[in-house]
Write a protein that binds this ligand. Structure first.
Ligand code: EPZ
Length: 419
């Protein structure tokens, strides 16, 4: 099992380009099944979750050609609607659940293993099921498989009891091929929802209102292939912003969308970090001392839950008492124990982490407990005194393209070792 070895105390300086958004492309790849043709998707990040999803799609019949950061996905041949043979690999990732909506939309039937994903909470899919049933699907969940079939898919009004990114996208995938109009209310508004809606519209779909809490989908028959480019990754952008601030560096983050970062920029500015925005880039200049701040994670456009962990790392060296409240997932503080090994002063009370700033963290052996916690541990190591060794870094490889090479190019001292 590989580890990252980091020598802390070196400010990050220079430029970094942001790759395509993981949580957008993991919706776009299954959505291509609906085209029954050939879809070209550019700006696809080289990350393991994408590789796993490509592998699954090929196993059920799609033909996929990869060159650099471009995928050409041909689903003109019949795609198997039954994915039960891939229970193991699909149980390791969250986004495999999008095959439910895509296969139901195209074939009116689907057998897909229950999804896995980061261990940050219960992660039910009841809202996905609620949407599919509203569209006319009969659903059974047995032996770890979600089995769905529908004579017809009929447009429906669906109110999401919980603002859910996955359920919003999954219902869009099935509704775009239904008869009549579907309205999703209390929909998630993340940038990646808009990306998937734009892609569906290029395939001949009719999706209106993505990015608001009410999405209208007019069912259309005869979808077709298209060309698309994935938006930059909001969470990767925020991770580099926080790393620049944490190391007192000066980093130009290119191919980013400042608008998507508003909540993160606002909180970093409150801490005293300098952020200069232009059309497609942000310059982040870390300043010391950092001021304590209060953060609450919320659905977009609020502060993203996926940046809760890196932000908490920054707060550990802010002067005063910061708090971070996790309102989305019920178990997303497991990494705090790792930070305490580095000298962080954190008290957890339910969904609130109260952080008292210390002078410095000190490097030691720690572990990545999930994808975003892993990135947060790297930020901690970069700003800590001495050497930090991070194990379980396979979590990080799921969602960050060229992470250690980008950090090295910015002047960070990090290497991958196989102990
Ligand atoms: C997506 O997960 C992302 N994953 C997560 O990113 C992200 O943290 C999350 O959205 C929130 O932005 C992918 O896109 C692959 P949700 P998802 O459905 O769809 C509850 C990362 O690090 N809920 O928006 O699973 C759920 O328990 C990952 O890139 C239900 O109750 O998130 C949670 O409390 C981590 N019933 C809340 O809603 C449901 O049917 C938000 O979950 C679905 C969700």
């Amino acid at each position: 099992m590989e580890v990252f070895v980091i020598e802390g105390g070196h400010p990050l300086n220079g430029e970094v380009c942001i790759s395509g958004a993981k949580n957008a492309v993991l919706g776009l790849i299954p959505a291509a099944i609906l085209s029954g043709g050939s879809c070209k998707i550019e700006n696809v990040p080289h990350i393991n979750d994408v590789n796993k999803l490509i592998d699954i799609l090929e196993k059920i019949g799609a033909e996929i050609y990869k060159e650099e950061n471009t995928l050409i996905i041909d689903t003109s041949r019949h795609i198997a609607h039954d994915c039960s043979d891939f229970q193991e690999e699909m149980g390791k990732m969250r986004a495999s659940y999008y095959l439910l909506g895509a296969l139901l939309g195209r074939y009116r039937q689907a057998v897909v293993p229950l999804p896995g994903g980061c261990n940050i909470g219960d992660r039910p899919i009841d809202q996905h099921i609620k949407g599919f049933e509203a569209l006319g699907a009969n659903i059974k969940i047995e032996h770890g498989l979600v089995k769905m079939e529908a004579d017809r898919l009929i447009g429906a009004n669906i109110y999401l009891d919980v603002v859910s990114v996955g359920a919003t996208i999954n219902i869009m995938l099935a509704a775009v091929c239904a008869e009549g109009t579907t309205i999703i209310e209390n929909a998630a508004k993340e940038p990646h929802i808009v990306d998937v809606a734009n892609f569906l519209n290029l395939m001949g779909g009719s999706v209106r209102g993505a990015g608001t809490d009410t999405i209208r989908i007019k069912g259309t028959q005869g979808m077709y292939g298209c060309e698309y480019s994935v938006i930059p990754d909001q969470i990767t952008t925020g991770t580099y912003m926080i790393a620049a601030a944490a190391t007192g560096g000066n980093v130009l983050i290119k191919k980013a969308i400042p608008k998507h970062m508003e909540a993160v920029s606002a909180k970093l500015r409150e801490m005293g970090v300098i952020i200069e925005e232009s059309v497609d880039s942000l310059r982040v200049i870390g300043k010391r001392p950092l001021k304590a701040v209060r953060v609450k994670t919320l659905p977009y456009p609020g502060f993203p839950t996926d940046l809760q962990q890196p932000m908490a790392v920054l707060m550990t060296v802010a002067s005063g008492n910061s708090t971070i409240t996790e309102t989305i997932f019920e178990n997303r503080f497991k990494y705090i124990d790792e930070l305490r090994k580095m000298g962080a002063d954190v008290v957890i009370n339910g969904r609130v982490a109260s952080i008292t700033g210390v002078e410095k963290l000190s490097g030691t052996k720690i572990a990545a407990t999930d994808l975003r916690a892993g990135a947060a541990m790297v930020v901690a190591g970069l700003m800590a005194d001495g050497e930090t060794r991070i194990s379980n870094i396979e979590h990080i490889d799921r969602g960050y393209e060229n992470f250690e090479s980008n950090i090295r190019e910015l002047g960070g001292i990090i290497r991958r070792e196989t102990p």
